[in-house]
Write a protein that binds this ligand. Sequence first.
Ligand SMILES: C[S@@+](CC[C@H](N)C(=O)[O-])C[C@H]1O[C@@H](n2cnc3c(N)ncnc32)[C@H](O)[C@@H]1O
Length: 386
Amino acid sequence: MPRDGTTVEKIKSLGKNKSKESFDLLLDYFDNYNLKLDLRREVVSSIGRQDDNERVFNFIKHQAFNSKNPMELIYQMFRTCLYKGKMDKNFYELGEKIRLHYHNEILDKMADYFTYRQNKTKRKKCEITLKPTLLIGDAEKTLKKLPAKSIQMTFTSPPYYNAREYSDYHSYKDYLKKMGAIFKAVNRVLEDGRFFIINISPVITKRPGREFESIRYPIHYDYHKILEEAGFYFIDEIIWIKPEPSVPNRIGGYLQTREPLSYKPNCITESIMIYRKKCNFLLDKNIKDYKKYDRHEDEEIDTNNCWYIAPKSNKNHPAVFPDELCRRILKYYSFENDAILDPFAGSGTLGRVAKSMNRIPIMCELNEKYADLINKGEKGYYDVRR
Ligand SMILES: C[S@@+](CC[C@H](N)C(=O)[O-])C[C@H]1O[C@@H](n2cnc3c(N)ncnc32)[C@H](O)[C@@H]1O
């Protein structure tokens, strides 16, 4: 029975050896329950590399349904079934049995990924270079003017449901439906694997009278579902924290009465939801598309997901991004020369900051007045389209 001094390298070299003696030794290792899990997983992987398919098959058939074995080992056995199943029907069927038996999402993902790898054609880096563009009109329609997969990052702050002068939807359901349609349009133009980042926070609708309760909508929770349906998956949430004096006062009533249940804290946070366009490859592939880029060597880095940034006001627009928020998002989620989209441009803050950081801004804005201000501010920089 092998004891101390076992290393991943030793196990790997047994895996490469493929002799009967190596196989025997690997089985001994597997039976050693004192061995650390990552080493036992390597043992299963090395057993899977052996040429004696009958022995490999019997090992998996016996061990894959043994409840003493942790799932990490079962996944490795399943992987062997996927690979050997290409040539050998028995392995394919055994893999299907494992999948049915455990019926879990990870096994399904492994099978999907394997199929994708088998059928994949070489993924091409986007070769389209867009000009700085201002699209005036409803983003759901104007985004159709952009080629598919021509954008490398999208950051936006959507219109808040009934919270500001510019939003007007029949119902909250209608609002979500419209946002979902625009998110699908964003998905089409975004390159595979790149980020869609949304700044949002709960909103409140005004009550028609004192006898009614005002309704507060947790928009970001509902956004998750429509983002998934639009072809994105969740990566992170960054909490934007503002100084307390800068936010509306909700705590005043409670501080006067100190009555239980009437507590309403001042909301000093907004959510920055980070999503990635669904694809079957890891982020490394997106990074490898760039031959030359600057690492964030000498800069200050935000090491946690709470960002303290003061809000900004603008005399021409009721809800603008602070430049600093755009700067950090652009720094962490895009490269120089990337095309950066804001489908709800407002006063065009993201475009202005993106330009200053050598990115190519693509802005959409429905409101002619705001679009006009963006255009005038940048004096002919944008290719304006309707
Ligand atoms: C929250 S503001 C964005 C503010 C922006 N982040 C800034 O820094 O100025 C949302 C903007 O979306 C615009 N908008 C609303 N519905 C739209 C639509 N369907 N298509 C394009 N823009 C839209 C509104 O006119 C508004 O200016």
